[in-house]
Write a protein that binds this ligand. Structure first.
Ligand SMILES: [Zn+2]
Length: 106
């Protein structure tokens, strides 16, 4: 027993791939792909989209609605501490790298 949803990509049914072909000779169609619901995709967009391309097409088509869900009206900031650290690279040469540490204020 497996469950699935149809891919939410707005143009999934227009991609020319053999696995999308359905129907009999003379009345064939390209059909939206099924997306199996598994434990591996349950918490990702891959549970609703068959590919990165379909996800991008959906996001580009519905960008205004998506960003309206959680509008960003001001910048967010993460407190950090920046230090210069002496280190040795893969060629055993000294160099100075910039280390950024997040300051956890609880
Ligand atoms: Zn798709």
């Amino acid at each position: 027993m497996s469950s699935f949803v149809w891919c939410h990509g707005p143009t999934c049914h227009k991609s020319h791939t053999q696995d999308r072909i359905r129907g009999v000779k003379g009345s064939k169609v390209l059909r939206t792909r099924k997306v199996a619901q598994t434990q591996w995709n349950q918490n990702s967009f891959y549970s609703k989209f068959c590919s990165q391309g379909c996800y991008n097409a959906f996001a580009n088509t519905h960008m205004q609605e998506i960003t309206a869900i959680a509008p960003r009206t001001e910048a967010l900031e993460t407190p950090i501490e920046v230090t210069k650290v002496q280190d040795i690279d893969w060629g055993n040469r000294n160099y100075i790298r910039t280390e950024i540490k997040t300051i956890d204020n609880g």
